[in-house]
Design a protein around this ligand. Structure first.
Ligand code: ZN
Ligand code: ZN
Length: 595
């Protein structure tokens, strides 16, 4: 039985992949008008795209690194005014070049690429001219990420990587000097974040020192490495001290607020989300979704009451009633030392489920590795996926989980109740299978480099959130009222994040009101709610991206179901949707419904 099952899923694996490629090609080519002129337009665009990308890799070494291109690993770009002026000129130059093309005469797939490139360049320009985060967010400056990715990515023999790092380290003092010169009016919140995250850079430097001892270097290289590590550590420590002094001078009355305000919020929403709706409309849609979730939860709480709450007086207030049932269910959670073990054993169960239920393809050659979140990345989320860029499709994908080590027993208990038996499974669906991990696998095999590179965050998060509901609809979790109630609680987080983000950044919501809102309306524990409050101070718009992408995707699937009737096939829908790479949902929708 077992063997048969495995062979069966291998066979569908092969056909599934063939199908998905065919779907992409037929869409790309069917949309090309028969005229030779249109094909010529595509060819011109493809050539310009290639020139643009090679210019981009020269201009933006950091983006190259994150995409998995290590050609300039030895050079650390110094974030000074000169580099920003140069970048702005680059954005203008290429926006001008692409503006000369007639997007309407390109094939569907190429015109999507053009839209993504234009949006990328316009966003980059907007960030430099309007958002100007480089002046007020000191946590933008951190050498840890680049050092870590070079040290720990297997793109070349380790000794060669360490040699590149020796060269790269030479620029670290200049890097932090430029950082100090760039910071004009920081927020207190981002200053404190930068101080704590910079400590992580010291950890990476210590790790590099250790790694240097395990590879073959000449005596001269060895001494250069330790000199430069010492100088880099001094520069990082100097930055931390400087920020510490700076923070003391910040007056809460006059310092820049972390709230970005309506104008920057709408601008950032346009730049980052690329939704068919405005920020304000999305906020209003989220308010409606919250009310609907509350109605469903009240019904589920009534259903569960006799099983869990027998003998207790049922409150009139629906929110209170739901909260009591959630509270009771939350007792079912793992011990703090078992969090990793639990997540590790969930992965194969989820893999089997999506194969057995024919939901989406999974590449079994690319294992998902559960690990502790590296220190310099901590401070924002509990769990995250770290996947290789499109140039490094064979690299490892990590499922980062932030350990509870630094939490007191009370804080840990609160976190564990939040990530209880049911929510822990939904978390693994979201981050791993078939959420981010599966989406990124598909994106990296997408034939469009542009769509892989300039991925749309809202589509990426939207898919992960969508996959939670899709899994439950397929029967994962046994269709129990417990699972559904916890699902709504979890989904409400996405919905309420959107409401929170807009309310805090645009409507001036206070910390006390935010905490009240999250714990009462979204049923979050204190530790989750205070984590969210930290996050909404450090980031903007990002918290709204989940609901935006999810609601657009779910709406689209329902429309598709209706339009195709019994010809609708869920796996086909997923394969086709994912085959376009991480493009905005409304662009994928127009590609899938065309012709
Ligand atoms: Zn407990
Ligand atoms: Zn996510």
């Amino acid at each position: 039985m077992m063997t048969k099952k495995i062979i069966h899923s291998l066979v569908t694996g092969i056909f599934g992949a063939a199908f998905s490629l065919a779907a992409v090609q037929s869409t790309a080519y069917a949309a090309v008008p028969a005229s030779v002129q249109a094909q010529q337009q595509d060819r011109d665009f493809i050539r310009l795209k290639e020139r643009f990308l090679s210019a981009l890799w020269r201009e933006d070494a950091d983006t190259a690194l994150w995409a998995g291109k290590f050609d300039s690993a030895a050079n650390l770009a110094v974030p000074d005014q000169k580099s920003r002026t140069q970048r702005l000129a680059f954005d203008e130059l290429w926006l001008g070049r692409f503006a000369k093309l007639d997007g309407a005469s390109l094939s569907a797939s190429q015109s999507t690429d053009l839209a993504l490139i234009n949006n990328y360049l316009a966003s980059s320009r907007w960030y430099l001219t309007d958002f100007r985060e480089f002046e007020w967010n000191p946590s933008l400056y951190n050498v840890a990420g680049g050092l870590d990715v070079i040290l720990n990515t297997d793109y070349a023999p380790k000794a060669q990587r360490v040699r590149s790092l020796i060269k790269r380290l030479a620029q670290v003092p200049a890097y932090y000097q430029a950082a100090r010169a760039s910071i004009a009016r920081p927020t207190a919140e981002h200053t404190r974040l930068a101080i704590s995250q910079s400590a992580g850079a010291l950890d990476v430097l210590a790790e590099l020192e250790k790694a240097g001892k395990t590879v073959k270097l000449t005596a001269a290289e060895r001494s250069l490495l330790s000199q430069r590590i010492a100088a880099a550590s001094t520069a990082v420590q100097g930055y931390i001290n400087w920020l510490g002094d700076l923070e003391k001078t910040l007056n809460p009355e006059t310092a820049r607020s972390f709230r970005i305000g309506k104008q920057l919020y709408e601008g950032k929403f346009t730049a980052d989300i690329q939704s068919g709706y405005s920020a304000e409309q999305t906020f209003e849609r989220a308010v409606k979704a919250k009310e609907e979730a509350h109605r469903n939860m009240a019904r589920l709480a009534d259903e569960l009451w006799p099983k869990y709450m027998a003998g207790q007086a049922k409150p009139e207030d629906a929110v209170q009633k739901v909260a009591m049932v959630i509270d009771k269910l939350s007792e079912n959670h793992v011990r703090r030392e078992d969090v990793f073990k639990e997540i590790r054993q969930q992965i194969p169960i989820l893999q089997d489920w999506i194969r057995d239920h024919d939901l989406v393809e999974l590449d079994r050659n690319k294992p998902l590795i559960v690990r502790e979140t590296p220190v310099y990345e901590r401070g924002v989320s509990v769990a995250s996926i770290e996947a290789p860029g499109p140039f490094r499709p064979h690299d490892k994908t990590y499922y980062n989980v932030t350990p509870l080590d630094s939490q007191t027993p009370e804080q840990a208990e609160s976190t564990l109740r939040e990530y209880n038996h049911w929510v822990m499974q939904i978390l693994s669906i979201h981050e791993g299978i078939p959420g981010h991990y599966v989406q990124l696998q598909h994106a990296n095999k997408s034939p469009s480099l542009i769509k892989s590179l300039f991925g749309n965050g809202s589509m990426v998060e939207g898919w992960a959130v969508y996959s939670e509901r899709m899994m439950l609809e397929s029967g994962y979790g046994g269709n129990t009222p417990e699972m559904w109630l916890m699902y709504y609680k979890w989904n409400l987080r996405t919905v309420c994040n959107t409401i929170l983000d807009y309310s805090v950044h645009v409507l001036g919501m206070s910390e006390a009101d935010a905490m009240q809102f999250l714990t009462r309306q979204a049923f979050q524990t204190d530790s989750e709610a205070s984590g969210k409050w930290l996050r909404v101070q450090y980031t903007s718009v990002q918290l709204a991206s989940y609901f935006s992408g999810y609601s657009e995707l779910y709406e689209f699937r329902e429309q598709r179901k209706k339009a195709l009737g019994n010809k609708f096939n869920l796996k086909q829908f997923h394969e086709e949707f994912l085959s376009y790479g991480s493009a905005p949902v409304h662009i994928i929708k127009s590609l899938m419904t065309k012709g």
